[in-house]
Design a protein around this ligand. Structure first.
Ligand SMILES: NC(=O)c1ccc[n+]([C@@H]2O[C@H](COP(=O)([O-])OP(=O)(O)OC[C@H]3O[C@@H](n4cnc5c(N)ncnc54)[C@H](OP(=O)(O)O)[C@@H]3O)[C@@H](O)[C@H]2O)c1
Length: 341
């Protein structure tokens, strides 16, 4: 543990003893406790193996959604290679079993469907029943640009799957993450947050006022980033951290709803302008494990470094707080009774 970290902890203990922390507004508290991360030596060409080289993750348990495909699969593979026990979560048990069986290392396959919130709760209950602290929860699963409006529990499907399903999982697993020595929530966002050019329009979460596939995806990815920001503030008095990630643009199954010519271009010309999957998983692996990021919370990362995002909404703490409140209302029946923070 660095001297800087020790000094901060001593300062925190002193402040807590003096009862000062309790009197500070939450935003001010987060400012004190959050450290501006150092510039990393990594960039858009770095791979997940490169950014974790030399790390020994033995003894850590990290759960990841979307572990059977694309970036989630590569993230799982590399973190297991470094010694972590990975809880690899897919949409079905068969997919999770196959993905976990195909990599080296210690894995536990589980399933949930982010569009079926009872299944999210069941998955979280299974993890909690392991009675092991969670050193990381990586909310990686996602869908993009559904051509037609679809709804889950009355909410537009991309918002429901990408954000609300994960919101339930995050809250259900908050206690085991906070029980770890330095638990990390790593939430997959996207540069496509810029498509939410009016921010999160809380009066259109069901898509009834208008629906555009990319705006809806952008709103869900802005929600992912703001969820990390608000969560980071809420847990700023603990050792745990929360950050969000843009992985880059990569030709994965995420493109399945794009027009055929765009999928063709990604497949055959993608090497010209897309990241590889190995590069795409790098920022997630870096944020989830780098020793440089202890005490670093509430940031959005791209290419393994902090990025301010493309719109002012990415720093909008009032919107983040409202998002948390509205998400709580929409998922109330699926949240734990006590939020142990
Ligand atoms: N690829 C990019 O260019 C890019 C850019 C920015 C951000 N991202 C973000 O990166 C993350 C990973 O995307 P990817 O590119 O790796 O895509 P991917 O290969 O399509 O993987 C998406 C994963 O999410 C799972 N998933 C989808 N719907 C689900 C549901 N209802 N319940 C549970 N799991 C579900 C998929 O399961 P199935 O295999 O069963 O469908 C799959 O495992 C996403 O959050 C995405 O928004 C990707």
């Amino acid at each position: 543990m660095s001297n800087e970290h020790l000094h901060r902890r001593q300062f925190m203990q002193y402040m807590a003893t003096a009862g000062i922390l309790a009197a500070l507004p939450r935003a001010a508290l987060a400012q004190i406790i959050t450290r501006q991360p150092p510039r990393s030596p990594f960039n858009s060409n770095s791979t997940a193996e490169e950014v974790t080289e030399g790390l020994d993750l033995n003894g850590l348990t990290i759960a990841i959604t979307g572990a059977n495909s694309g970036l989630g699969y590569e993230t799982m593979r590399v973190l297991a290679l470094r010694g972590a026990h990975i809880i690899g979560i897919a949409r079905t048990q068969a997919k999770a079993d196959a993905a976990c069986a195909s990599i080296a290392g210690e894995t536990t396959p589980l399933f949930l469907d982010l569009a079926d919130w009872d299944s999210v709760v069941r998955c979280a209950e299974t993890i909690r029943a392991m009675h092991t602290p969670l050193d990381g929860l990586i909310t990686n699963a996602g869908i993009m640009a559904l051509p037609e409006l679809e709804r889950v529990n009355g909410v537009e499907k991309q918002f429901a799957v990408n954000h609300l399903g994960h919101f339930i999982l995050i809250n259900q697993l908050r206690a085991p993450v906070l029980a770890a020595p330095q638990g990390r929530f790593t939430i997959l966002s996207s540069a496509a947050h810029r498509r939410a050019d009016k921010g999160i329009e809380f009066d259109n979460l069901d898509g009834s006022r208008f629906y555009d596939p990319w705006t809806a995806y952008g709103v869900s990815k802005l929600a992912n980033a703001l969820c990390a920001r608000e969560l980071a503030a809420q847990i700023s008095h603990t050792e745990a951290t929360a950050n969000s990630v843009h992985p880059g643009v990569i030709g994965t199954n995420l493109l399945q709803y794009l027009p055929a010519w765009q999928q063709w271009a990604a497949k055959y010309l993608g090497w010209l302008f897309l990241k590889t999957v190995e590069e795409g998983a790098a920022t997630t692996c870096y944020v989830a494990t780098s020793p440089e990021l202890v005490d670093v919370r509430g940031f959005y990362f791209a290419d393994c470094n902090v990025d301010k995002g493309d719109t002012p909404y990415m720093q909008d703490d009032a919107m983040a707080a409202t998002l948390w409140q509205v998400s709580t209302e929409l998922t109330r029946d699926y949240l734990p009774d006590d939020q142990d923070s």
